[in-house]
Design a protein around this ligand. Structure first.
Ligand code: AMP
Ligand code: MN
Ligand code: MN
Length: 334
């Protein structure tokens, strides 16, 4: 029996055959989706594709504008045209592409490059590896398979994805392979210290003010295992901050001694509640987020709720407590 072609080979073949390509990052973009999409965008340019569009529902947040090529990101809805190929980065559901979802669905072929817990099956070729710390690790392997030269620009984009999703190699998703890839990217001209400086060590005045307002709402359950903070619209207005400036706040909540699940709830201008969930240890917050139509990873997930802030607070707390009781009863040593 003929050996099945590996998914990477299939992806390489589709990319080699394509003339017109879309590269898509998820809404509320982070360093991983942008770094991966930009690296692939640069790679397709080096492969001399006729047309390459780089799309994201939301604009590039200030802290990621240092990424080479970030000005190429287009946010406006595009007229439906049939592209040969769509490369979809760091999403397990196509609704995470926001207004660009119909354009992706119209493409002749879709390749998914992702590391989330699988949800929707929407791609012809699925480069999905949950053991990858970042989608950028998988984009790295794809670009190697395509024999694209690792320019300093490509290396910086990929390393940013890895640095942001591992929280600078501090999260347990960091593996020896992550470090080997990071070392190679550094030798190709990317700088871990510069990426850290841009992403984690440079904050706007309004972002720090918002952090203070968010932390002033801090609460925890009596046993101290669940802690959360909320950001109502009024706090955004008081701080003069935007939604993107909430990045990283949930990690302060997670860092509290004894906390196993941390949550950050923020009220969007459309009155929807965006939620970030983080856990330490065995509690799988992706499964909790999925109960509310969201998704993510075992220790980092998110969802969006259409209810008031206090309703969302109650609904989430109830669900998290249920999962925690469950994980305790099935694991007596916990
Ligand atoms: P965040 O809390 O926004 O940093 O997101 C943590 C993880 O959960 C990331 O991997 C996101 O891609 C995922 N995630 C966040 N919000 C959602 C959502 N509404 N639906 C699906 N996945 C989400
Ligand atoms: Mn992401
Ligand atoms: Mn990611």
């Amino acid at each position: 029996m003929a050996k099945r072609m590996s998914t990477f080979k299939q992806a390489v073949q589709l990319i080699e055959q394509a003339d017109t390509c879309l590269v898509v990052a998820h809404l509320n973009p982070d360093g991983d989706t942008l770094g991966s999409a930009l690296a692939l965008y640069h790679g397709l340019y080096l492969l001399r594709k006729h047309t390459v569009r780089l799309l994201c529902h939301d604009p590039v947040p200030e802290i990621y504008r240092f990424l080479p090529g970030s000005t190429a990101v287009e946010t406006e809805q595009q007229p439906i045209t049939v592209y040969d190929l769509a490369l979809v980065c760091d999403m397990s559901q196509l609704n995470r592409a926001g207004r660009h979802e119909p354009l992706i669905r119209a493409a002749r072929r879709i390749v998914q490059i992702d590391h989330h817990m699988p949800q929707e099956v929407f791609a012809d070729v699925r480069l999905v590896d949950q053991s990858a710390a970042a989608t950028a690790e998988i984009a790295y392997r794809l670009l190697r398979a395509l024999r694209v030269p690792f320019t300093p620009e490509i290396a910086t984009c990929l390393l940013t994805g890895i640095v942001t999703d591992t929280f600078s190699f501090k999260f347990p998703n960091t593996t020896p392979r992550t470090l080997r890839i990071a070392a190679h990217l550094q030798s190709c001209g990317a700088s871990i210290s510069e990426i850290n400086e841009q992403v984690f060590e440079t904050r706007s005045f309004s972002a720090v003010k918002l952090l203070g307002l968010a932390l002033s709402t801090l609460k925890r359950t009596e046993d101290g295992r669940i802690a959360w903070a909320i950001i109502p619209r009024s706090a955004f207005e008081e701080a003069g901050a935007s939604e993107e400036e909430t990045e990283g706040i949930v990690n302060f909540v997670r860092s509290i001694h004894g906390v196993q699940v941390a949550m950050l709830l923020r009220e969007s201008p459309n009155r929807k509640i965006r939620v970030s969930l983080r856990s330490r240890g065995a509690i799988n917050v992706a499964l909790i987020a999925q109960q509310f139509g969201g998704g993510g990873h075992e220790n980092a997930a998110g969802c969006t709720l259409e209810m008031s802030l206090s309703e969302a607070e109650h609904a989430l707390l109830h669900e998290v407590q249920k999962w925690m009781a469950c994980s305790t009863s099935t694991n007596p040593s916990a």
